[in-house]
Design a protein around this ligand. Structure first.
Ligand code: SF4
Length: 502
C-alpha cells in the first residue's frame, strides 16, 4: 500500500476522537516509525552483540561507582582517573569496559524485557508492530527475499508453545541472563532465524512473527488485557462507497474480521481504512470476557501455553535460583550418586553453549546441575501447570462453560507473574549497586494481590452458567468458582514463598 493510498483512506482528522487520531497519525507517518525501528535495530544489535566480544566484568565491577555506596575499593580505584601511569590507564579502560557490559546486561534484562511485558498489557502489541527489531528485520528481509509460499508445517499452531518452552529452558541451562555469549547465541540465533524465514517466505510480511516467534503466543495472551485496540466497524467497512487497495497487514490478518488485539501488532497501518478502523479504548476485560464485538475464539494451544508455559515453565525458570528446596534436592542427588559410586554426572560441562561453563569466573555447571534444572522446571510445568489445567477443566465442566475461555481468566495473574519474574533480574542489578530496596516487598505484594484479585473476578464472570446448561445454576457456579480459586491460590503461594520466605 502506497503513501497515496494511506492518505486516501484516512478520514479527516478533526472528526475523529483523540485516540483514533493517534492511530491515523501512525498510518500517515510510516517513515517516522520505520526510522525509529532502525534506530532500535542498531541499539538492539549493539546490546546483544557487543558485550559478547568483551571480557567478563571484574567480580567487583559495578555500574555506578559510588552513588549508592556499594562500590568496592577495587572498583572505585580502577575507575578513578589517577596518576595515568600505564597500569592506571589499563585499569581505567577495564573499568569502563566492564561498565559497558554491565550496562548492556542491565538495560537488556533489567529494563527492556520487563517493560516490554508491561507495555503489551497496557498498550497491546505496539512493541511488535512499532518497535520490535526482530519484526523490522524479518519484514525487511521479506520485502527483498524470494517471496515463497508459506509451508503448511510452518503454520502449525503449536510452534509458539514449543518455541517458548525450548528457549526458556535452554536459556536457563546456559545462564542467558548472566553471560552475553549465551544471550548472543539465543537472541542472535532467533534474529538470524527471523531474517531467514522473512527472506524465504511471504512478500513484505512478518511470517516469523505470526507463526514462529517464541514470545508471540505469550504476547497474544497478554494483549487481550490491553485497554486500547484497533477497532473495526464492519458495517462502515461494508458501506464504504469506494474501492480501496488491500491493507498491508504485516502479520497477515483478516482485518475486516479482526475482533481483538491478540494477533494485531498495533502497527497502525490500517487506521482509518474505509472509514472503519480506528484506535479505540475498551475495557481491559472485554476481550477475555468476549463482550462487545467479542474476541477470537480462544484455542487449546493458547490455554496450554498459558497454564503449562507461563504458569509452569516460566515460574519454574524464575524460581530455581532462589529456592532452598532446589539446593537441598541437588545435594541429596549428589550424595546418592557418590554413595553409589556414579561420578560422571558430577563432571563439568564440556562447553558453554551446552551447559554454563565459565571457569574464568568460577561458574561451571555439572551434568547434575543441568539435570536438576531440567527436573525442577519439568516438575513446575507438570505439577503447577497440570494442576491449573485440571482445575480449570473441572470448573468449566461444573459450570458448563468453554474451558479455553475460562482459562483466559488466568491471564492477569500469569502476566503480572511474568513481569515480577523478569524484574527479579532488575532487582539483582539494583541490589548489586546498593540501591535501597525497602519499597520492593510492598510493591511486589500489591502487584501480586492485583493479579490474584483480577483473575478471581474474571473467573467469577466467566463462570456464568449459560441459560439451559447446568442444572445446578447458581450453586454450580459457586462450586466451580471455589475450584477455580485453587490454582490461583497455588500460584500465589509459590510467588509468596519466592519473594517473602526463601
Ligand atoms: S490489523 Fe494489521 S495493519 Fe491493522 S494495526 Fe493490526 S497489525 Fe497493523
Amino acid at each position: 500500500m502506497t503513501q497515496a493510498h494511506i492518505l486516501n483512506f484516512v478520514a479527516p482528522l478533526q472528526r475523529r476522537p483523540r485516540l483514533a487520531r493517534l492511530g491515523d497519525w501512525m498510518a500517515r507517518h510510516r517513515r517516522a516509525i520505520l526510522a525509529a525501528q532502525w534506530v532500535i535495530v542498531v541499539f538492539y544489535l549493539a546490546l546483544v552483540a557487543l558485550p559478547a566480544f568483551l571480557p567478563h566484568p571484574h567480580p567487583e565491577a559495578r555500574l555506578f561507582s559510588s552513588d549508592f555506596g556499594a562500590s568496592s575499593a577495587i572498583d572505585a580505584n580502577r575507575c578513578a582517573i589517577g596518576e595515568q601511569s600505564p597500569t592506571d590507564k589499563a585499569a581505567y579502560a577495564a573499568c569502563w569496559r566492564d561498565r559497558l557490559v554491565l550496562l548492556a546486561q542491565y538495560l537488556f534484562w533489567g529494563v527492556w524485557w520487563p517493560f516490554v511485558i508491561l507495555s503489551v498489557m497496557l498498550m497491546g502489541r505496539v512493541w511488535c508492530g512499532v518497535l520490535c527489531p526482530e519484526g523490522a528485520l524479518t519484514e525487511f528481509a521479506s520485502r527483498h527475499g524470494r517471496g515463497g509460499h508459506i509451508p503448511k508445517w510452518l503454520r502449525w499452531s503449536g510452534w509458539p508453545v514449543v518455541a517458548f518452552v525450548l528457549t526458556t529452558v535452554y536459556g536457563q541451562l546456559v545462564s542467558v541472563y548472566d553471560y552475553p555469549q549465551a544471550a548472543l547465541l539465543i537472541l542472535g540465533g532467533s534474529t538470524a532465524a527471523a531474517v531467514a524465514v522473512g527472506w524465504l517466505y511471504g512478500r513484505g510480511k512478518r511470517v516469523w512473527c505470526r507463526y514462529l516467534c517464541p514470545v508471540s503466543g505469550v504476547f497474544a495472551l497478554l494483549a487481550r488485557l490491553a485497554p486500547i485496540h484497533f477497532h473495526v466497524d464492519r458495517a462502515a467497512w461494508s458501506a464504504h462507497p469506494h474501492r480501496t487497495a488491500a491493507v498491508d497487514c504485516a502479520p497477515l490478518l483478516d482485518v475486516k474480521h479482526l475482533k481483538g488485539g491478540a494477533q494485531c501488532h498495533a502497527c497502525g497501518r490500517c487506521s482509518g481504512y474505509r472509514d472503519a478502523v480506528s484506535l479505540a479504548a475498551r475495557s481491559p476485560n472485554a476481550e477475555i470476557l468476549g463482550t462487545g464485538l467479542g474476541s477470537d475464539k480462544p484455542r487449546s494451544g493458547e490455554a496450554v501455553l498459558l497454564m503449562f508455559g507461563m504458569l509452569g515453565v516460566a515460574i519454574g525458570a524464575f524460581q530455581w535460583t532462589v529456592s532452598p528446596w532446589f539446593v537441598k534436592g541437588k545435594q541429596a542427588a549428589a550424595e546418592w550418586l557418590v554413595a553409589h559410586d556414579i561420578l560422571w554426572p558430577l563432571a563439568d560441562s564440556p562447553a558453554w553453549w551446552l551447559l554454563t561453563r565459565y571457569p574464568e569466573v568460577g561458574d561451571v555447571f555439572s551434568w547434575l546441575d543441568g539435570a536438576a534444572i531440567l527436573a525442577w522446571i519439568s516438575i513446575y510445568a507438570m505439577v503447577l501447570g497440570g494442576f491449573a489445567w485440571l482445575m480449570v477443566r473441572a470448573a468449566a465442566r461444573l459450570a458448563g462453560v468453554d474451558w479455553r475461555r475460562l482459562a483466559l481468566g488466568l491471564v492477569p495473574l500469569a502476566g503480572i507473574g511474568l513481569f515480577l519474574g523478569l524484574s527479579m533480574m532488575s532487582v539483582t542489578h539494583l541490589r548489586a549497586e546498593g540501591v535501597p530496596l525497602g519499597w520492593l516487598p510492598p510493591l511486589r505484594a500489591v502487584l501480586l494481590a492485583i493479579g490474584l484479585l483480577w483473575s478471581t473476578w474474571l473467573g467469577w464472570q466467566l463462570l456464568k452458567v449459560p441459560a439451559g446448561v447446568g442444572a445446578g445454576g447458581a450453586a454450580a457456579r459457586r462450586l466451580a468458582h471455589l475450584v477455580w480459586l485453587l490454582p490461583l491460590s497455588a500460584v500465589g503461594a509459590i510467588w509468596w514463598l519466592a519473594f517473602f520466605v526463601w
